[in-house]
Every structure is written in C-alpha cells, then in structure tokens.
Design a protein around this ligand. Sequence first.
Ligand code: F6P
Length: 477
Amino acid sequence: MASTQGAAKVLVASNRGPVSYTVAADGSLNAKRGGGGLVSGLSAIGSDADALWVCSALSDGDREAVRRGVAGAGRGGVRMLDIPAEVHSDAYNGIANSVLWFVHHMLYQTPLEPVFDAEFRRRWASYETYNRAFAEALAEEAAPGAAVVVQDYHLTLVPGMLRELRPDLRIGHFSHTPWAPPEYFRMLPDDVAGQVLRGMLGADRLGFLTRRWADAFEACCDRFAGGLGGTRVGVHGLGADADFLRARSREADVVERMTALKGEIGAAPDGSARRTIVRVDRTELSKNIARGLLAYRQLLDDHPEWRERVTHVAFAYPSRQDLAVYRDYTAEVQRLAEEINSRYGTPGWTPVVLHVEDDFARSLAAYRLADVALVNPIRDGMNLVAKEVPVVSDEGCALVLSREAGAFEELGEDAIAVNPYDVVGTARALHEALSMGPEERAERSKRLAASATALPPAQWFLDQLHALEEGDAGQSA
Ligand code: F6P
C-alpha cells in the first residue's frame, strides 16, 4: 500500500489531458483547454467531488508548466506527469500507436509486419515504465476508496499495477477503440498479450463503446486469460453533445467560414447550389480517407451526370505526425485529391476541396452545409463525426456509414451502409445518398440526430461512475 494517500475522490487518467501549454515569446505560459466527453463528464460531477485528471506532459510547453509547478501538483484539477521524453515516445509512438492501435484496428500489412524483435522489447519496457508512472501517481493522489477511471490502450497495464498499490480503490477502464478479435489479438507475443489482459483485468469494471468490442474483449479473455475473473464489463455508447454543437455552430466564426466554403464550392452550371459530400477526420490510418477519394472518383466515372454538380469537401487534419506511416498516408491523401482535381476539374469546378489545417469552426461550417456525410472507416471505436453531422446539418444530411464503425450499431438503420473496402459499392452508396429526396433525407437525418444524442457525454461519464461505485444492478449493459 502506498505510504501516503491523497484527497481526490474521482480520478481520470489518460495520456492526453484536458489542457496543453505553450511558452510564449515573452516566456509566459499559455494554456489551451480542450473539449470532449471526459471534460463535460468531469464538469458534471461538480467541484465538491475533488476530481483530479492525471495525464502526461506531451510537449516542451507542458514540461515547462510542470517545472514551474503550474501543472504538476494537481492544481486546477490536473496533474501532468513529466515522464522522460524518450520513454514517452517509445510508449506512445512505439507501442500504443504503432502496435496496440494497429492490433485493435487490424491495420497490419501482415506479409511484412508486425515484427516483434529486440527493439520492440525495448519499447515495451518503456510502455511498462510509463504505465507504472501513472499507477504510482494515481496511488498517491487517490483518497481512500476513491473511484479511478483509466482511459484507453495507452494505459492497459495501469489497472493491474494500481490494484497492487491500492487494493481499496474502485478501478475502471474505458476503451475508446475497438478491441481485436482473438485471432488477431494473438499476433502479440504470448507474454505481452497476457500482460495486457491481466493489466485490464486488474479493474473492477471495464467499459467499451459497443457490444461488439466488449464481446471481442471477453473472447480474448476466455481464450488467453482463463475468463474475466471477477471483472465486470459494460457498454456505454458515447453520444454527441447536441446542446454544445447546436450553440457553437451558430457562432459568428462558423457563419463566416460557411460563406468562405460556399465560395470554394461554387454553383452548378444551371446556377443551383452544388451538392456537397462532406468528410471530416483526423488523418488517421483507420479512417479510410484514400478509399473515400477512390469511391468519389468512381462516382464521377459511373455517373458523369454528377460532374460539376457535386463537390467533395474533405478535411483531413494532421494526427500523430511523428510516425512516418502517418506522414506517408497524409501525402497519399493529398496526391489522390490532386489527381482527381487535375483529371476531372474544370475552370469553374474543383471536384475535391481538401483542407489539412485543423479548424474546428470550419468543420462545423462543413457539417451545416453537408448534403451527404461520408464516414467509411476500416474500423472505428465509435466515430463521433457520424453522430455530429446529422445534429448540425441545416437541411438534413444523408449518412454513408461504414458497417465497421462503432456508430453503426446505433445509426445503421437510417444510414446507407458500406463495406469500407468496396470502392464500387461506396460509389453506389454516394449516388444513392445524393439522389435521396429532400423529405426522406430530412426525416432520416432527424432520426439519426435523435439516436446520435441518446447518451450525451456528461451522462455517459456519470453512468460509468455510478456503475463503478454502486455496481451494475439496473444498468442497461
Ligand atoms: O479515438 C480513440 C482515441 O483513443 C481517443 O480516445 C483519444 O483521444 C485518441 O484516440 C488519441 O489520439 P491522440 O494520439 O491524438 O492523442
């Protein structure tokens, strides 16, 4: 048992925290606060709950903030851990994003990868060190009997490590990704696979976004860990934050960007507004942006009547650019967009409007203008864009949705389903979506928005906390 115990009664642990710092030219620190489900969830529990968010310093600015005592000592409800940069990089880039993410999203090109060599073992040791740093900080900060909710594949070993340090705590873990089926999961070296499962099973309760991912986890435990032991498993399908999105998308900066975007999209030859197929993603290997562009090209070949009458608005924001495979993927997306534009474009029509600089207000502007939303991931824990566009779109949008996205479980009925690998099928789905009559589109969009907002972020978090503290009796999962 840790020698000292802290005061926090509810703790969240995640790699990326709710705030990041940069050092300004005059040496002062600028803090930037983020949003997302956990932020709304924690604010919903109120300030008297003594909540603390434990996260990792990710940048030089963050490390400086820790050094100056701004972010390191639990002030403002955040404790950032200054894990050595090389250890963090090995754990985050080398293991979490290059191995565990690839396993759960089934992204390997298996003839050549993965290769679990001595370098992998060195990085795995860093992953253990990084997880231990979190477990020790949580053990220090948690009040007796506190609830701790650990997030994601970065921190799979934390529940087990924390359980040893502080058996009195209620420990939860939530996975925002899919979970791999046993046949794919067993690619991991046996001892590593065992460590991951035992680490997770150190929790009292594990949360997943859909029944499908929870079942895959249970199947892995049955095959490789002798079952779940006493650990409970629940499903919490994070929904879109309707109130926030509706209010934010009416603000002046969004309206300004709608005007700019309409200018880029232009009008059809008969003067009517061009139709829009909108996608917004982090440039993430699992998002399938490249096949989305191929499907759009196929649409223009199969249905030349759409040429000059439709624009594909694709926002692909940078993500994990420390990894070469992500940089290459971004370059391929840009290359494909340029190829389509030079082959089909006319003086008055740019077939693909691609933007790669992150701009949230512009994303909302595109959501409002969307006639069709294209969400075609290879595999995705949930995909909140699929839930957000129907909530925000002005006229209602048709949703072309991959059957491999977690959101498909809730939205499948009113979406047009696609197999993400089937480019011809996706082109057909885009044609069907563009051809949908305005009434049907509005009706479907309304139903999609209702399903998408069934479990708002604050409630999503409170449900988990309640189930962790009080048990699962009465829970829907
Ligand atoms: O979308 C799944 C997810 O694990 C989120 O929970 C998390 O915020 C994100 O991916 C991690 O992304 P990044 O590597 O940019 O922090």
